[in-house]
Design a protein around this ligand. Structure first.
Ligand code: NI
Length: 198
């Protein structure tokens, strides 16, 4: 089932999610619905707060980044993205290292806006998968980037929170319009100001 994606301005996006237990009701269905919702919106990541659930769960499928690859001129940041599809439950970024690099991020909750965000290149993360098996893994490049962005969501942080106050002020009108549903999208969303789905 495709769920409406919560738009910028909804308080659920600013809330810190809570950890969940293995017996969380409807977990498998929720994960399936989130993948369906993400693919329908052509996203590479989706966090539970974006569908209105304040829990520490996000999904990623960054394989589109691998498909964009030019074989003759491989981008080292796209390494290992082939079939990179995962569920992260109760994740903790234990360590971030390396140089900060800029990448133009977007967000399904903030359609039409893309801005450079600086983040460190490498992460060490611990999490549980959909079967509640524990993992400790390191990621870099685009994989790390997608995880860092989604991880922020379960902490109630949006990529716009990383922008300078000046940059954010320049985006203010656009952001307000998104909250009101005055934005062109081709997937289901729920707008906080308009109080209806589209
Ligand atoms: Ni996002």
């Amino acid at each position: 089932m495709i769920l409406p994606i919560v738009a910028y301005g909804d308080p659920v996006l600013k809330k810190e999610g809570i950890e969940i237990e293995k017996d969380y009701e409807g977990l498998q269905k929720l994960i399936d619905d989130m993948f369906e919702t993400m693919y329908n919106a052509s996203g590479v990541g989706l966090a539970a707060p974006q569908i209105g659930k304040s829990i520490r769960l996000f999904i990623v499928d960054a394989s589109p980044f691998a498909e964009e690859e030019d074989e003759d001129n491989p981008d080292p940041k796209a390494k290992g993205l082939e079939g990179f599809k995962k569920v992260f439950i109760n994740p903790i970024i234990e360590e971030e290292s390396g140089e900060k690099w800029a990448f133009q991020e977007g967000c399904l909750s903030i359609p039409t806006i893309r801005e450079d965000v600086f983040r460190k290149e490498k992460i060490l993360i611990t999490y549980f998968d959909e079967n509640f098996n524990f993992h400790e893994e390191t990621y870099e490049g685009y994989a790390a980037r997608v995880i860092q962005h989604e991880y922020d969501h379960v902490d109630g942080i949006l990529f716009t929170d990383h922008l300078s106050p000046l940059k954010k002020r320049m985006l203010n009108k656009k952001l307000n319009n998104i909250s009101k549903g005055e934005v062109d999208i081709n997937y289901r969303m729920k707008f906080p100001v308009k109080k209806r789905t589209k």
